[in-house]
Ligand binder design. Structure first.
Ligand code: PLP
Length: 360
């Protein structure tokens, strides 16, 4: 067992546990990849994958519109260990290519649909670029489980914050790494495995919960997508400007998004609205909570709608100057549209609240 040659002997749960293994197999099947492994959080999925691949100093090219925690890990922590990260506009393929040639690059990292700006990564082009240069392509698919399968476009490693849609109930923290069997074996190697030796493995009780919840993830994603698309379209019809949703034809990357999704699961549950300034964004979030449209909270992927103001919360790790560079405005409100409640009632609540806040 210690040499990694014998399966089926559950020696110690930080290395291998039947519930965590079952969860890993199931999520790997969902992703169409060889193997999966449960970890303690989305951040540990990202950190463990990246550290395992880097195996020492080197260079990563990363989309500049990633989740604030990922940005902070890459910008503030990894450089202390000799790993440099170049942040590029995820839409600018030339910028990716130019950033690669400069250093000892080992990884291209992107979110499929970025948090919070909802920029769509061109997975096929980035997958091809990573193959051309012999790099590993790591994709955070937290916003679009079931909707997009990054492995189909060349991702070598797919990571998730299971805290979000995969849990669906905002009641636990978890993460997943999906890749080849060889890479998962590297992660749990007793001598050199980052998951094994840094220790952020998934608690078996969390694995048990998530294993069951994967069964209805597809149904939930369809419902999130349906409610979000309906709301986005009604907002546009009501002449409210500033809504961004990847299922709207006005989204600058609508065609790319359409070409990457499994159509039956829709365009996802995430949308943003630019309220012009932080005060108005906060007022709208509070008003919408008051009228029971949703909850003013930073997470996402819950059954109920969650609203946050990323510039002052989940992206606050990113300095103002960088936020400006990536186009993150202080008045942006991020909405994770829920799947419970009557859509028509919720739409009326939204539009009425918006009009009240704008008038005030
Ligand atoms: N990736 C994305 C896209 C996220 O939005 C988040 C958290 O919001 C994470 C990773 C980190 O996940 P966790 O909080 O489970 O560590």
């Amino acid at each position: 067992v210690f040499r990694g040659e014998l399966e089926g002997c559950y020696l110690y749960s930080r290395h291998s546990n039947p519930s965590v293994n079952a969860f890993g197999k199931k999520i790997a099947a969902m992703e169409g990849m060889e193997a999966g492994f449960g970890v303690a959080s989305g951040m540990s999925a990202i950190a463990s994958s990246v550290l395992q691949i880097m195996d020492g100093p080197g260079h990563i090219v990363c989309s500049n519109t990633v989740y604030g925690g990922t940005w902070a890990l890459f910008n503030n922590v990894l450089p202390k260990f000799g790993i440099e990260v170049s942040f590029v506009d995820p839409k600018d393929l030339t910028a990716w290519e130019q950033a690669i040639s400069k250093k000892n690059t080992k990884i291209l990292f992107t979110e499929t649909l970025s948090n919070p700006l909802l920029a769509v990564a061109d997975l096929k082009s980035l997958g091809e670029m990573s193959k051309k240069h012999g790099l590993k392509f790591v994709v955070d698919n937290t916003f679009t489980p079931m909707i997009i399968s990054p492995a189909e476009f060349g991702a070598d490693v797919v990571v998730y914050s299971c805290t979000k849609y995969i849990s669906g109930s905002s009641d636990l923290i978890g993460g997943a790494i999906i890749s080849s069997q060889d890479f998962i074996n590297q992660l749990i190697d007793v001598n050199t495995g980052i998951a094994m030796l840094h220790g952020p493995v998934m608690d078996p009780r969390v694995a048990y919960e998530l294993y069951s919840r994967l069964d209805h993830l597809g149904v939930r994603m369809k419902a999130h997508s349906q409610s979000a698309e309906k709301l986005a379209k009604k907002i546009v019809e009501a002449n409210i400007e500033g809504v961004v949703y990847p299922g709207l034809e006005t989204h600058p990357q609508f065609d790319l998004m359409k070409s990457q999704i499994h159509q039956e699961y829709g365009y996802g549950g995430m949308m943003t609205l630019d309220m012009g300034d932080l005060r108005k964004a906060l007022d709208l979030a509070k008003k919408l909570q008051e009228v029971k449209f949703g909850l003013f909270a930073v997470s996402l992927g819950f059954t109920r709608t969650l609203m946050s103001c990323p510039a002052a919360s989940t992206s606050s790790e990113i300095p103002e100057e960088e936020q400006k560079k990536m186009g993150l405005k202080t008045g942006l409100i991020r909405l994770s549209i829920g799947l419970c409640g009557d859509d028509d009632v919720m739409i009326d609540r939204f539009i009425n609240s918006y009009r009240e806040v704008i008038k005030s």
